[in-house]
Structure formats: structure tokens, C-alpha cells
Design a protein around this ligand. Sequence first.
Ligand SMILES: NC(=O)c1ccc[n+]([C@@H]2O[C@H](COP(=O)([O-])OP(=O)(O)OC[C@H]3O[C@@H](n4cnc5c(N)ncnc54)[C@H](O)[C@@H]3O)[C@@H](O)[C@H]2O)c1
Length: 351
Amino acid sequence: MKNKYGVAVVGISLEGIGNRHITSVIQNVNTEPIMICEVNEEWAKNRSEHYGVPYCTDYHDLLDREDIDIAIICTPDNLHADMIADFLAAGKHVLCEKPLALTLEDCQKILDAEKKSDSKLMVGQICRKTPAFVKAKQIVDEGVIGEITYIESEYAHNYSVMPIHWRNSYEVPRHPFTGGACHSVDLLRWFCGDPTEVFAYGNHKLLGPKYGPCDDTMCSLMKFPNDVVGRVFVSIGCMSPGTGIRTLIYGTKGTIVMANNDRHITLYLGSFGFEKSDKILGGQLYKNGIQIPVSLNSHNTAAELADFIDILQNDKDVDVNAREGANTVAVCVAAIESSKTGMPVKVKYCE
Ligand SMILES: NC(=O)c1ccc[n+]([C@@H]2O[C@H](COP(=O)([O-])OP(=O)(O)OC[C@H]3O[C@@H](n4cnc5c(N)ncnc54)[C@H](O)[C@@H]3O)[C@@H](O)[C@H]2O)c1
């Protein structure tokens, strides 16, 4: 069993997610930061000095290096597929940021590359490591809220406070349903499996033309196995109440309400109100749910890396593998198609 894995982080702007990943690599006892790769040389130098890790500007220079076991890919979404394929072909393990890709063609390319390779690929669907959602999954798996009947999740952000860059491109449009709501879609899939059909409406009323051509708001209904209904909402220009990924699950015996940036999840058992334990507040029946404390860690890249290392060291199957990443993208692609055609769309999953 290998004790130290050499790691390269590819794509590290001054404030982007690559910074969280390199920090996790530096802190993990089983990983050693070998190189950062950033195409913008000024940023590459800056980050290299900041972390004390050498840099390069072309990821191809990393492919033949024997001291690199793992590549963590944090570049814009449309670049993931080629990079993953190249690193896997070079025998490197890959941890790639979400979304796996923006198109089904790119997802298929990645699935094919993964099949051909002996290396492992994990997709950074970070909500599966977020303490609130991990706790909710445990509660659901223990049967506490019975069978899920309905589930909803939202990705509510305001990209107008972010710099104008690849997220706003006209050349490679990045629809926020794939770019942002993939977090919520992946959560719903984690709890309820793969939806068979989706329907969606979208509009573009919040962000001006400089923020790109895609709708800034969209809502999708989804039909899941086992007769479960789901809903995903995305906005990248809303006056967000401060909850990024607010999520709710109704089960036959209870309900869970949570968000990635709340310090507790709330569990309601039995019906809302109309029970002896309910309080009368301001003339209204009001029931406190059970508040279960959870730690605040909405971008738990440390847990993600630790899980990946455990998988590598013990030759386990990757849980959030290319298939998981690709199926999440397939649902997003179907929802975007529905919002354009105004018709329900059967989800087409990759082979
Ligand atoms: N898990 C999460 O919650 C989360 C949060 C933010 C971003 N992301 C994802 O992470 C990825 C990066 O997002 P970000 O916000 O850090 O973007 P960013 O723009 O801040 O950083 C991406 C960096 O990649 C660099 N880059 C582009 N092409 C490159 C190349 N060929 N070689 C090396 N570097 C290259 C860019 O110059 C840039 O500095 C995206 O896929 C995004 O969707 C995930």
C-alpha cells in the first residue's frame, strides 16, 4: 500500500477552487504537492510562491512525470474531457471537479477513457461530502423518514458579483443548470436514483448580456424510479437569502430540511402541526423540528481527497465515478432541452 501520492493541481486562479484542492493536498498526510499547472503564468507564479509548490503552464508536461500519481483537474468545465482522457491514458489517477463535462459527447469520451484505463477517476460532486447532506443520507438510509415521496433542491447564487470570464462565454455557453444545478441534480440522484423524464421552464430576466447567452433562472420537475417526484431550481442572479443549496425531502414518516451552509439540519417526524406537542405561537400552530447540529463545510475538499486516497490505497471501487458524473450531466442536458422545446424529455444516459 502506497503511503504518499504525488499530486498535481491543474487550473488554479487566484481565488478559484484549485486553492482549496492544493490546501487539502498540503494538509493530507498521504499526499505530496508536486506541481501546480496554470495557463496564466502570472497567476501560476503567484500561487506557486504562495504555496511553495513549483509550477508549469502546460499540463502535457505533467503526463510523463513519474513522481505524479494523481491529477486534480480544476479547469473550466469544457476542458475536463480532454484533460481526463490524457491523464488516464498516461496512467495517472484523476480527481476532476464537477460538472464532469458540459455535453454528452464529452461524457462518453470520458467513460470510454475510464474503461480503457487501469487508473481511477473520481468526480468532485462535493455535496456528497457536505456534512448536512451526509447526515441526511444516513437518516434516510436508516429508514427514519420512511420512503421518499418528494425531493427538491436549489442552487441559488448571484454570479453578478463574480468576475466576467469563461462562465459567461458566448463561444462555449455554460448553462447554469449544468454548471451550478448539477450539485442539486446530483443530490437528488444520490437519494433517489436516475430520473427517467424531466420537464423545465427557464427565463433570462436577472443578468444582462455580458453574463452570457443562457437563461439565468430555471426550474425542472423530474420523474424518479419508485414513483418519486423531484424538483430542481437554479438561479445565478437572484437576491439569494444566503442559502446556496437549500434542500428538502418529504418521506412517508418524516421530513428533512437542510442547506449546505446551515449549522443544523431539521428533522420533522409525524405531521407538521396538529399534534399535542405543537406550540401556539401568535395564534398559529407551530412545531419545532428536531435540530441536528452539523459542521459547516460546504466545500469539503479535504474529505473528498481523503476518500479518494482510501479508495486508491485499498483498491476500492470509486463511488462518484465517471458513470455518476455522466448521469448527472445527462439529466441537466435533458432539462435544458425541455426548457427550449417546452416538452417533457426522456433522459438519454450515456452507454
Ligand atoms: N465543487 C464546487 O463547489 C466548485 C466551486 C467552484 C468551481 N467548481 C468547478 O471547478 C472548476 C474551476 O472553477 P473555478 O471557479 O476555480 O474557475 P477559475 O476560473 O477560478 O479557475 C480555473 C483556472 O483554470 C485555468 N486554466 C484554463 N485552462 C487551463 C489549461 N489548459 N491548463 C491549466 N490551467 C488552465 C484558468 O486560467 C483559471 O485560472 C470548474 O469546473 C467549476 O465548475 C466547483
